[in-house]
Design a binder for this molecule. Sequence first.
Ligand SMILES: Cc1cc2nc3c(=O)[nH]c(=O)nc-3n(C[C@H](O)[C@H](O)[C@H](O)COP(=O)(O)OP(=O)(O)OC[C@H]3O[C@@H](n4cnc5c(N)ncnc54)[C@H](O)[C@@H]3O)c2cc1C
Ligand code: SF4
Length: 508
Amino acid sequence: MPIRPRIDEATAAHNLREIDPPFSPQEAVTEANRCLYCFDAPCIHACPTGIDVPSFIRKIATGQTTGAARTILRANVLGASCARVCPTAELCEGACVMVDREADPIAIGRLQRYATDHVFANDIAVLARGREATGKRVAVVGAGPAGLSCAAELAQLGHEVTVFERKPEAGGLNTYGIAYYKMKPRVSLDEVEMVRGLGVEIRTGVSVGVDVSPELLRDEFDAVFLGVGLGSTRRLGIPGEDLPEVVEALTFIEAIRTRPLGDVAVGERVVVIGCGNTAIDAVTQAKRLGAREATIVYRRGESDMPAYDFEYEIGRIDGAGFVFDAAPIAILDDGTGHVTGIRIVRTRLTAAGTLEFVEGSESVLACDMVIPALGQTKPGEGLRGPWPSLELDERGAIRREFETGRTSVEGLWAGGDAANGGAEVVDAVAEGKRAARDIHRALTNEAAPNLPQSSRSGVPTSPAEAGLAHPVRVSRLEAAWRQRGDVGESETPLGPWPAKRNGGPNHG
Ligand SMILES: Cc1cc2nc3c(=O)[nH]c(=O)nc-3n(C[C@H](O)[C@H](O)[C@H](O)COP(=O)(O)OP(=O)(O)OC[C@H]3O[C@@H](n4cnc5c(N)ncnc54)[C@H](O)[C@@H]3O)c2cc1C
Ligand code: SF4
């Protein structure tokens, strides 16, 4: 049987609501007051973008929410999405000294969300285009987290930036790939608008190498940043893979993020192949969209699975099944071309550490939908055509200097998944920012100014030293916001959003 939507729009929206509800103002201030404002703040060092965590938390505690958001967004322009999608237990919250005291870590992610929601919901522009124009032009390929971060940093340093993005919308996987219950697409689209607001031109629907040649970028721009992400998704390589109810995980998740939730087709009994974070996202969303059963099949054991513990826990809470030490060998159909099951075989480790199939252990799992979640290939050779002398590492990712993003090609920088081989959003943001600062140095012969976080970096002696011709005065932004009336209805290319109202975040 073909698969179909199983629940109505309202039920799907309820099931896929963001898992962490926003803090109320009182909850935020109470939580912020738990922070010890540590001198050596390990939470800052654990954040790849180096957000001054205690500073922004202190600002929330004293009612300066706009200032808190500025502290966050100046260090990490995608601070609103990172507040939702970062594995905080592995990063800032995992490093919080409260953990050593056997207390709950400070809820840094939720506090970050509280502050950034405030400025997005109320259209308060806390970032500004910086300095006088340098007259330098930079092309950014890919409008994912790495490209957007690089573009925003460059714009704040006074450069003219054009971003080329092949998809209809910017945002990369933040717009198209993150699990809906972690972050709605409009949070990502809000961030894209903020980057546009810094004067960055974002040309969507333009694929570099197809619509625009790399030679044109080299001739018309002073520098180029590659933030193209990973390559195509891996295939299973087994019979039945092309049946219509075999839907690759990224395609399934993209449908959830771009179509009305009530229109997304899902099977009654779903099998997901793989056990990384993407597999958990797929199995959980299949359950939340009404699948009666959703089961992960993983060729290794429970302790080997690459998904984070907290992701595994989400899957289990949602009632997903797990079949470990089993591999798919064929997808079966009913003779009319529709999936009826998947044949699996037990696996075991050999003494040499490789996997082998256990003879005579084949069985069939009945299902009407299969979601392979095997990950993406590295960008690899595809980049060699446009940039023949670009060096790749042994995995097929772009070889670059970690601290600067410089590649083997003069005038070409790279960062994000395309260079690190696939990590987290916050890593892509950090790499985009670092590359931007090195591009600035290369184009102007000047080091990029320190970020204006006066509490940690010292008070800048002049606006120019802070990188800003017109320094942002948070108190003035807040005063202007309070004097304004309601902000009206806003439309996005992915559909209408509810009107923004003063007095509270509306990302929920
Ligand atoms: C299903 C899934 C779930 C994830 N969940 C999380 C999570 O919960 N938390 C987390 O921190 N991370 C998560 N990640 C990882 C995270 O999304 C990535 O690390 C991050 O998006 C990398 O950013 P990027 O800018 O390097 O690449 P991308 O986000 O992939 O962006 C690259 C952009 O470049 C564009 N592009 C590519 N080639 C061209 C070209 N030739 N011309 C023009 N444009 C081009 C692409 O269309 C894309 O928009 C997830 C990843 C996946 C796949
Ligand atoms: S480590 Fe924890 S308590 Fe210390 S400053 Fe960071 S968030 Fe606050």
